[in-house]
Design a protein. Sequence first.
Length: 576
Amino acid sequence: MPHLRLALSQIDPYVGDIARNCDEVVRWTRHAAERGAQLVAFPEMALTGYPVEDLALRRSFVQASRDALVELAARLAAEGLGDVPVVVGYLGRSAEEAPQNCAAVLHDGRVATRFAKHYLPNYGVFDEYRYFVPGDQLSVVRVHGVDVALAICEDIWQDGGRATAAGQAGAGLLLAVNGSPYEREKDDVRLELVRRRAAEAGCTLAYLNMVGAQDELVFDGDSIVVDAAGEVLARAPQFAEGCILVDLDLPAAEAEAGSPGEPVADGLRVERTVLSSEPLPAPEHPVVQGVAPRMGDEEEIYAALVTGTRAYVQKNGFRSVLIGLSGGIDSALVAAIAVDAVGAENVYGISMPSAYSSQHSRDDAAELARRTGLHFRTVPIAPMFDAYMGQLGLTGLAEENLQSRLRGTLLMAVSNQEGHIVLAPGNKSELAVGYSTLYGDSVGAFGPIKDVYKTLIFRLARWRNKAAEERGETPPIPENSIAKPPSAELRPGQVDTDSLPDYDLLDAILEAYIENDHGRDAIVAAGFDPAVVDRVVRLVDTAEYKRRQYPPGPKISLKAFGRDRRLPITNRWRRG
Ligand SMILES: Nc1ncnc2c1ncn2[C@@H]1O[C@H](COP(=O)(O)OP(=O)(O)OC[C@H]2O[C@@H]([n+]3cccc(C(=O)O)c3)[C@H](O)[C@@H]2O)[C@@H](O)[C@H]1O
Ligand SMILES: Nc1ncnc2c1ncn2[C@@H]1O[C@H](COP(=O)(O)OP(=O)(O)OP(=O)(O)O)[C@@H](O)[C@H]1O
Ligand SMILES: NC(=O)CC[C@H](N)C(=O)O
């Protein structure tokens, strides 16, 4: 049986930085080649980053990507890496000059073959029909006597497509390159998917995904290699950049199998390219690539939030972040995430007490700072509040919200002065019902927990503290911040449950209405109090305007606010 040492480069491309991404491809190809790799793969659209959104519609960007591909092929050869075939995703175009989501194989200083993604995802966060025209070609490259069929992400997510076609084309390996965003428990879905597709193709399937994050999307890696029987041969760690090497014994290509242009499943046209026909024997010292352990639910979500926050800060050219620390659990969890993302030395916290701030909230904020080592200062808002009140004589909600707005203004002023970007501490339960002050606690550049329901906030805080304890470290979040009843402290003795149902109940209804898209009647039929359901549904429906003005934040759920759930702001439909 011929042998192939495959390198899956689980890297973090930067959207729009083609030169950097090319450097990364060269760097990781060298890394893989030095370890004996005979085929090296990079993720979907690795040259441009992913997703590029409307950049795909700019001719200059498409051209830059295509030019870079050709230059990269030459550069790899010039740097002595030309004999290793490199599979790399890029932004290309069709014969009619429409943008396409492409991948190419670079070998011997040239682009040996290129093809476009056939199935374009157009649901959830994806809009690929807006940008791309589909391809109709199944590329099969012969590498050391093994026929390797290629696919791009959605190509293997839709039934009856690439995998079946790869099988019909006699592939000995199906290699799929991906830009597959993180969602809770998606690793289980992926494993099941690749097993099914490997069985359909009747051959080993290598699934490569990117890591890092781009705006609201987090990429968790989780690259997997399974054989036709579904056995996992290798699995990369989640959220970690790196290269996994796998030694594979694969069936020899049948020299006569098919002819160029032969149609297979779904009308795909087979395009065969022979790079090397000589089979290689198995190496004396095969690489031992294990199956990395899976993270638990809280660990995985927390890692996604840290990854998304770090990527946003760093990729946008910032070093430090600023957070208003109330002593409550939301800002405490955001601070813990920030410390893990960019280091305590780059996290700045401000306590901004008002006349209604309790002593325990001030103490809890200071205690959080002591535990984490973040920079901490206190700026009371009373003098500013009094100045406003003296001029405007506000009452009720206007007076309450003024405190939140003064804090928002103060944070933005310090951001302007010192260059830290502001992290907004809003959670998904609050965003759902509009429980935040516009231009107040909703100001900020990025909202690390905006896709996390309040009940999950408590679980994450407890998990993070426990993880610290297990490592012999100081738990970052003061126990009191977790244990006390949530309160906005905008009037004496205020607690969240004055205005909202208890969070267990609220989140259960929100889960049904938002994640599961159940209508009002279905939620009531499931046993919830009709009056509470009506109130929650109305609050959610009328808070769309607030959500649209909220900063971006990492998607962790199936249905994050924003691209996953697009509703009109101006909307009189009131029947859930
Ligand atoms: N459809 C629409 N399109 C665009 N703008 C619209 C709008 N409807 C109202 N507005 C504007 O929005 C304003 C009302 O929104 P806003 O000023 O935010 O005020 P509002 O939503 O009325 O009040 C804020 C709520 O959030 C709570 N809160 C505040 C701060 C922190 C926390 C916490 O625990 O985290 C909770 C607070 O107790 C209160 O219940 C209106 O005065 C109007 O200007
Ligand atoms: N006294 C304060 N000092 C500094 N920041 C504050 C203060 N009060 C509120 N904030 C900021 O406003 C955000 C909204 O806080 P608020 O206490 O109103 O509700 P919350 O949603 O329960 O948040 P938290 O759990 O962080 O307290 C806080 O997360 C914090 O960033
Ligand atoms: N980039 C893609 O085609 C991603 C779509 C795919 N269903 C995924 O989420 O993994």
